[in-house]
Design a protein around this ligand. Structure first.
Ligand code: PAF
Length: 363
């Protein structure tokens, strides 16, 4: 996947890599690491120079949400490490590992543009390194297993990992916690950055850092949204126009529930009825359309949960607030029209949309 990214010296300031077009060479303003040892050398150098490192873990397919996390990391650290690794162990055996978007050239171009922007920003740090390891580097002993009872060295954070997303994706948070533990150990960052969009992931990572006494500060950046409110996600490229418009129902449903909370309602029924009403209405409108017009979906869950334990709440304690979250499974399009924008994969790839809003504590 990242065949062109080979490790060079850690001391040079400009780095050349063969691009995916074999005839040209690329100059990067950051170092690209495939292996652990050279990155550790850099980390030691930075530590001795009293510099600070912010780590932004990603699986590539970078979008504005990632860039905004990197900007936050650059504003709080002298040096930013961005990891790009499509982590096999967080995909279930029947999930979309092979079709997950891999966009190395576009990702690197975005990071280069961002570094130019950061160089112009007073007092800001910048992207110093990309860690783009192979699966062999990240899983040096056994091939990474996605089986629920597969062997391997795994980090499990239960019961958090079994709730919400974990209920239908049983290995997901085991994979996330495991790869993040590895990345944290490799990079030794002062701060690690995650997006609010994946709220359960943020709760699992905070718990892991606390329970394993990991010496890093977990920082959460706000969800970056399109103008109409759709949460940015690497998976949105699969939606196409029709599914994108219908998938917005999730955000609208969460906003309606948030409105109920903000108007003073605290009971689960009152808050979630507002959200469920919206998804039911949108689904029934779609079901009444023809196969060439509609986009069907299933609501996996709409949850109202405690911010620390993710336990479902019957009543929100206004002093604590809550996490309102949901997941929709957008089905493949049944029939497409010629010339229609159906997204990457021609509308055939099922897309899981997740989103959340934090119901803030009220004093
Ligand atoms: O949020 C993601 O992109 C991934 O779950 C992460 C944190 C990079 C781990 O693979």
């Amino acid at each position: 996947m990242f065949r062109q990214a080979r490790q060079l010296s850690t001391t040079a300031s400009l780095f050349k890599y063969p691009s995916s077009s074999p005839s040209s060479l690329r100059h990067y303003s950051f170092k690209v690491f495939r292996d652990v040892t050279p990155l550790r050398t850099l980390r030691r150098e930075l530590l001795l120079s009293k510099r600070t490192i912010g780590l932004v873990p990603t699986m590539g397919a970078l979008h504005e949400g990632h860039l905004s996390l990197i900007r936050q990391a650059a504003s709080e650290n002298t040096d930013v490490v961005v990891s790009i690794f499509v982590n096999p162990t967080q995909f279930g055996v029947n999930e979309d590992l092979s079709s997950y978007p891999r966009t190395w050239d576009a990702d690197v171009a975005k990071l280069e543009d961002l570094n130019s922007e950061l160089s112009d920003t007073n007092g800001s740090g910048r992207i110093t390194a990309i860690l783009a390891p192979t699966a062999q580097t990240m899983y040096p002993t056994l091939p990474p297993s996605s089986e629920v009872d597969g062997d391997g060295s795994f980090v499990t954070i239960t019961p958090l990992a079994k709730k919400l997303e974990g209920a239908s994706r049983p290995v997901f948070f085991r994979g996330v916690a495991t790869v993040c533990m590895k990345l944290f150990n490799i990079v030794g960052a002062d701060r690690v950055y995650f997006g609010q969009k994946d709220v359960q992931q943020t709760v699992v990572i905070k718990r892991m850092v606390k329970d394993f006494h990991i010496d890093t500060d977990v920082r959460i950046g706000p969800t970056t949204r399109e103008d109409d409110g759709l949460a940015m996600s690497s998976r949105n490229v699969y939606l196409g126009g029709r599914r994108r418009a219908v998938g917005l129902a999730l955000y609208k449903a969460l906003k309606a529930a948030e409105g109920s909370y903000e108007s003073g309602m605290l009971s689960r029924a009152d808050i979630l009825d507002a959200a469920n009403g919206i998804t039911r209405q949108v689904l029934s409108e779609q079901q009444s359309l023809s196969e060439t017009e509609r986009a069907l979906f299933e609501v996996d869950y709409i949850s109202l949960a405690d911010p620390d334990t993710l336990d479902e709440l019957d009543v929100v304690d206004p002093a604590k607030g809550a996490i309102l979250s949901g997941a929709l499974k957008m089905a493949p399009l049944e029939k497409t029209n010629s010339g229609e924008d159906c997204g990457l994969g021609d509308g055939k790839v099922p897309v899981r949309l997740i989103d959340n809003l934090i119901l803030k504590p009220v004093n």
